[in-house]
Write a protein that binds this ligand. Structure first.
Ligand SMILES: [Zn+2]
Ligand SMILES: [Zn+2]
Length: 298
């Protein structure tokens, strides 16, 4: 099994990190988890042909996890994609997809390109097989089974958010992905004994008090100290922390954007060391902090 971190940032536009996206490859078949900004270009940078990515899981409908999906599908359509992808996501995914293609935001683009016979041939790919899911097994084929649980991120009455776990049948390996969440017992349970846990770690401890006072960002996330505890509780063999709120940036514009969330003077690459040390206060497995195109072989 191969895991490729396609995008590792949270919602801020960061030239060094794409939006949330992870590609898991089992027996040569690709499974995409989230499709945040730059996911498709990142696949190509990682030597993965996006026209061969046929199964997509969306953890939740925040834009930093889905905004590249129309680009992914439209651009693979014009690159001769043959198969309409399966898209597994929360309630609301069908509505999201329906408003993109033939009758949606890109209707005129599609109408224009369909004047050419070679675009009509594979126009069926623009109607993905959307499967809105509930907790439990959400997908299964001959290679993998994917299970989901609710996590604690957006109030469920607005939209449900999922954590996901993929088990590779023949290889016997497993990966869990938190999506966005506050520490969540259901996700710990879902991840029990997993070979690799990929978990969000949006803000460092030193940003938390500032954020509370500034009253920015209403939705829940997990701090490094909390992450160390829950990864240890889940007995995760390895841990990749991701979905960084760009607190390691050296870019002056991103720094300015992130200074809404934390004191500008603490922003920079040194914060990653603080984050790793805080996670390791409780977690004694193998820890890596994600960067775009990081590859993990299991
Ligand atoms: Zn997010
Ligand atoms: Zn989110």
């Amino acid at each position: 099994m191969r895991v490729l971190m396609l995008g590792t940032s949270a919602a801020a536009p960061d030239p060094d990190r794409g939006g949330s996206a992870i590609l898991i490859t089992v027996e040569g078949h690709h499974y995409l988890f989230d499709c945040g900004a730059n996911a498709t270009r990142s696949m190509i940078a990682g030597n993965v042909d996006p026209t061969t990515v046929n199964t997509v899981f969306l953890s939740h409908l925040h834009y930093d996890h889905i905004v590249d999906f129309p680009y992914f599908l439209l651009t693979t359509w014009i690159c001769n994609r043959e198969v309409a992808p399966v898209v597994v996501g929360p309630e609301g995914t069908q509505n999201f997809v329906d408003h993109l293609f033939a009758d949606g935001a890109f209707a005129k683009d599609i109408e224009a390109r369909m004047q050419y016979a070679n675009r009509k041939v594979n126009a069926h790919v623009l109607t993905p097989d959307v499967r809105e899911c509930a907790p439990g097994v959400v997908f299964e084929d001959e290679r993998v089974v994917v299970t989901a649980c609710y996590v604690e991120h957006i109030p469920q009455e607005i939209t449900p958010c999922f954590g996901l776990r993929l088990d590779a049948k023949k290889e016997g390996k497993s990966v869990s992905f938190s999506g966005d969440t506050a520490p969540c017992d259901r996700f710990v349970e879902l991840s029990m004994g997993v070979d690799l846990m990929i978990h969000e770690c949006t803000f460092p401890e030193s940003a938390l008090a500032f954020r509370r006072k500034a009253n920015v960002g209403t939705w829940s996330h997990t701090s490094p100290i909390e992450l160390g505890k829950l990864a240890q509780a889940a007995k995760a063999e390895r841990l990749v922390a991701t979905h960084f709120g760009s607190y390691d940036t050296t870019n002056p514009i991103v720094k300015k954007i992130m200074s809404i969330h934390m004191p500008a003077e603490i922003i920079g690459p040194d914060l990653l060391e603080e984050v790793a040390a805080d996670i390791q206060k409780s977690y004694d497995g193998e820890l890596r902090l994600a960067h775009d195109l990081m590859r993990i072989d299991l």
